[in-house]
Design a protein. Sequence first.
Length: 486
Amino acid sequence: MYKSTMPTGFPENFLWGGATAANQYEGAWQADGKGISTAEVVMKAEKRTEMNLGNITLADIEVAIADATDENYPKRRGVDFYHRFEEDLALMHELGIKAFRLSLAWTRIFPNGDETTPNEAGLAFYDKVFDKMAEYGIEPVVTLSHYESPIHLTVTRNGWLDRATIADFNRFTETVFKRYKGKVTYWLTFNEINTGTFGFHETGVVDAGLPFDEQLQLRYQALHHQFVASAIATKQLHEIDPDAQIGSMLARMQTYAATPNPADVQAAQLADELNLFFTDVQVRGEYPEYMNRYFATHGIKIDMAAEDEAILLANPVDFLSFSYYMTTVTSATDGEAETLGNMATGGRNPYLAASDWGWQIDPVGLRITLNELWDRYRVPLFIVENGLGAVDEIAADGQIHDQYRIDYLRQHIEQMREAIIDGVDLMGYTMWGIIDLVSFSTSEMSKRYGVVYVDQDDAGNGTLNRQKKDSFAWYQHVIATNGTAL
Ligand code: BGP
């Protein structure tokens, strides 16, 4: 619907906030009956070299599960939000955030995933968290699956590759939608669902050693099952709680052409389509034609049940959420693996600086991607991850002067405001890692994102005490002035 009035800045109800994920933040990863998830297997740092996302074997998984008794292992599982949630939510209340994004660990509620009776201790934990958030007037933004599928489903049936996992997941979603009705308004289905093409962490599918096209066949089939499960969850939520909303969640990786050469522009268009394929299915409700060509090229055939296409078309999501860290570059001479590699590292753009981990920093790219997503889908958008992973040092005065993080956040928030003035319907912004937590790609603490520092090192040593960084007061003022004082 065309809007003739031009906004001048952030809407009054803009959801300023912060984001986390159970496997990187909660700790207590086997407490009170919780099962082991895919993320907890992947996250064991010393196994990471052998267990990068595409080369995990069942033997590696057995080793990681056996190692799980390693006393360091639990500390790598986050920063103990499980026991410190009241302290952390009080800090978020002081910060003044309107929304806090967290994920439910499926394995706290159904430890193996295939049980029919939920684990009450798991349900009760999130009840306490949501009740405390309600006291503070902080809206939960809840991710149903953040790389945290039960490892039991991988070991028994190769995870999401087996269609039976749809029913298990939708038993979990129905359980939590009913349990938390009235407490949670904003739900997200699968975190960065597009990264399922990179391997194990998203779908729990073990395909180590297979030829690339065979790996893609398994991954896209597993992702199809997630699309169906996401659509069923959307239908369930609308029936259980008509006042609640559910969104897709994409790792948005805007791809630029390396040169104005039309061959490079076409290569960038394809790379972008392989990213937007996921929101095409979840927001438009159907597979796009350009994927027929891609699937044919790779010999991929998606096995759909008769009812699948109708389920997808009838149950598109209510909003589109995404993470934004970088943009990438590709050219006609890049192979697909190299393009995927560029996505993981941010490619090579001579006009952009990079973080300590090589992720290229592109604030204007956020405005570009906001306008493109709004123009393509015309549904409300929600940035549910953005931030700077950096090494934070405690200075001689005992403080953490993270001006580099303030600069990064300011530059991206400025571009969000420009996009809103361009006419984009942007619901909110939950910066990633609002309180320091474990980095997913590195399994380490040293890649810090928060406005609150947590005393824990890469080996899991430390008091876990929390300390405000300089960026805490800065972000607090941004929120208090609704983004006018940057
Ligand atoms: C995204 C994940 C988050 C978080 C973030 C930062 O891909 O959705 O869970 O990990 O990346 O990346 P990292 O932790 O690897 O620095």
